[in-house]
Design a protein around this ligand. Structure first.
Ligand SMILES: Cc1ncc(COP(=O)(O)OP(=O)(O)O)c(N)n1
Ligand SMILES: Cc1nc(C(=O)O)sc1CCOP(=O)(O)O
Ligand SMILES: [Mg+2]
Length: 210
């Protein structure tokens, strides 16, 4: 079963990225998505090498946003791909069946497409407004999440869905009630002075029935 809490890294420099990722790992997060949108290829490689070592030490899952070639080079656990990235089928041919490929959805039609592409999990967002991602798709909100998740159930689509986009601790109970598998967060865990306590609180909520 995939971890229910995914930290999507932030930081404008390799140093900031590495610090934020190390903080998340050291405070109990066990799934890292390296997302370094303004890093050049050398910086991305340097960061990915260091994060791979850290994630091995912390026994954490390590996926890379967008960059399939880098994920192969570093032997990461997988990638996350959106509509403007490499097609999931092509990435699967390159990565094989034992790597994680996550896809992005904003509508139920996106979910149908991703289920045909056989991705391993879905990031459904944005749940709420967020400044972390510049080109946001239309905000979905709880009611539309509910409709999408119930349509998935009706059509027996069983891919784990992660809520993403402005997620906070007090969103979790409602999201779990409608069938979300987990959450993917960025700002919530970046530069938070109480990261350890917060991750304990998030995991207590996320794993409430386990
Ligand atoms: C878990 C998760 N869900 C959605 C996204 C967004 O991916 P994408 O649409 O490719 O946008 P960028 O992150 O590349 O700006 C994600 N990264 N992770
Ligand atoms: C990377 C990303 N993708 C989104 C989508 O809606 O596809 S929202 C988002 C940013 C999530 O960061 P925060 O937890 O700080 O809002
Ligand atoms: Mg992307």
């Amino acid at each position: 079963m995939f971890s229910k809490l995914q930290y999507i890294s932030q930081g404008n420099t390799v140093e900031q990225q590495l610090y934020n990722i190390h903080q998340a790992l050291d405070n109990g997060c066990d799934w890292i998505q390296m997302r370094f949108k303004n890093g050049n290829s050398n910086e991305l490689f340097t960061l990915a090498e260091a994060v791979k070592i850290l994630c091995n030490e912390y026994l954490a899952t390590f996926i890379i946003n967008d960059k399939v070639d880098l994920a192969i080079q570093i032997n990461a656990d997988g990638v996350h791909l959106g509509a403007n990235d490499m097609k999931i089928g092509e990435a699967r041919n390159l990565l094989g069946n034992h790597k994680i490929i996550g896809g992005t959805a904003n509508t139920f039609e996106d979910i149908i497409h991703l289920s045909k592409e056989k991705c391993d999990y879905i990031g459904l967002g944005p749940y709420k407004f967020t400044t972390t991602k510049t080109k946001l798709s239309p905000i979905i909100g709880l009611e539309k999440y509910k409709r999408i998740l119930s349509k998935m159930q009706e059509q027996n689509i069983q891919i784990p869905v992660y809520a993403i986009g402005g997620i906070e601790a007090n969103d979790i109970d409602n999201l779990l009630k409608i069938g979300i598998h987990g959450i993917a967060v960025s700002k919530l865990l970046t530069n938070n002075p109480f990261t350890k306590e917060l991750i304990i609180q998030l995991n207590e909520k996320l794993y409430v029935n386990f």
